[in-house]
Design a protein. Sequence first.
Length: 631
Amino acid sequence: MPLLRLSSAVQPDGSLKLRLHNAGEPISGFHLCFSLLSLAVVVSGARTVRQVANFLEVAPEPEVPLGNGESWELVVAYGFERHHPANVSWGPQLPYVALADGTTIDVEPTPLDFSAVEPVAAPEPLSPEAPELSLIPHPESWAAGIGSCDASAGFRLSPEAPNFLQGAFQAVEALAQRCGFPPWVGPGVTLQFESLDSADSEEAYALAITPGSVTLRAAHHSGALHALISLLQLRQTGGGSLPCGVLQDQPRFSWRGQHLDCARHFYQVESLLRLLDLMALLKLNRFHWHFIDDEAFRLELDSAPELAQETASRGHHQRIPGLFGGGAGPLGGTYSQAEVRTVVEHAQALGIEVMPEIEIPAHAWALLQVHPEFRDPEDESREQSVQGYLENTFNPAVPEVWTFLRPLLAEIVSLFPFGVVHLGCDELPPRVWEQSPAVQRLKAEQGLETTDDVQEWTMRRAAELVVQSGGRPAAWEEAGRGQQGGMGHGGILFSWSGQGPGLEAARAGYEVVMCPAQHIYFDMAPTPRPHERGMNWAAYVRMQDALEWHPVPPDEPELEERIIGVQGELWSETVQEDAMMEPMLAPRILALAEVAWSSESRKRPLAPFCGAAQAFEPIWRSLGWNCGELI
Ligand code: ACM
């Protein structure tokens, strides 16, 4: 039995009433520490001892001891308009008590109680319909034949299969094994190979399935891989049998991505490999690895080893406090260069490229705890980020910043063979650099007028360093701003706050990946029901929202050339254990795959799509993946 328990309840005005109950020895002179999902302020019953964005350390006000059987009540409230508690994720995470002697006691929280607020209406249930084909994403064409082909005893390759098909076959064999599927290789069905016109897209393939044979056509490794993955999925959803028919397929978009925030929560490499396997099953081919943010810099770099060493763990006696469920810690971890290679090689074997992200110039609070010299010491701006961090932005007018970034970016390019490096650039805090004499001088020297121009100058310079190192830059939508049209340098922009900024960037000539928060931010809760987990600042994202949107506006089809893809995001503020990513991604990641791959005319309406999502159930089961509710 824990001796200290923290209950929390949402009050009708949206504030949180917290109650610390002591069932053990009396404590005095103590502080209560916990994190929330965003900046919060004390309303009553306590004084703030320390606050870093979502982390609070508070003491009773007036200061009284807490004897056995006694309770202390305090009220806190989320501090920003866009953050209001919607579900259990919004309660205190990993609370603990810190005593004056430096020791800490873990406190057991109870789930955030919503009984004092209006209950939310039950969402309309979905009405799945049997799909024409239980394959996600839906292929370019499918002509159903008669009967089925028993593939339960596995596949063998015909001896004349080309090397690229042999390689893909082995990769799928290993994937099937890791996924817990029945053996892939066996005496069941011989795969016949026919060449596809090599002028076809590298990703194109065709399958002809009859009761006694399967013929596969592809011209390249990636087409062969997609063909085999389709067979693998069909066999799983068909209980060992494949439906007979002719299938022709190729993707709509070349960039079919999934992002994972490993800064707010540290994921074990094993969990990343599991995600890559799932992505491969859905023909997703870009992994956006986000491991640097305000809370941590997790990449072990030779050019800056101190960053991972000093920021990867958070907790009471750490440089980084117990942000986002860090508790008393130490909690966290780093990614070594050997682990980066493991992730990259695992991904590449499945046709997935890995794009790392480094955050420039904001979202750098952790980095700045180690390198405060990257700010202008005379800057009095005291900028605050939308997550509540104070002074989380480095100053591009400080020469040391560039001495630091040059080798760091070169090393990152060298570690990730894909070559595309995402440079961040989201959410520059309001008022940043306004009081910096160094930035005033930079503006005068470079003819920069606005803060956007300073950001643009910064991003252009960082992008140039990536190009000089042999890479290609990418960044969030904000990098399109400024008097020269933004970052340039062949950069790819990621449209996240909606589709508007991405459309503007595409019209201006950028290649764009669409990842609108209202549709494919999987950290958004699906509905306002209190038992769910997730954020809500952009929207509640149900399956329908993830499926029914147009990456390219139907009345501007010419933008298809520049909108190179779509990408789901999973920010990890509400994730405290690796497995928590599963019900946030699944089943909605199925809709991402359909939008990313299937043409507008082939993307299924909600009802048959949900039927196909239901048919995916045996796959979740084999994977041991905790799929959330189909809602
Ligand atoms: C973002 O969600 N700030 C890219």
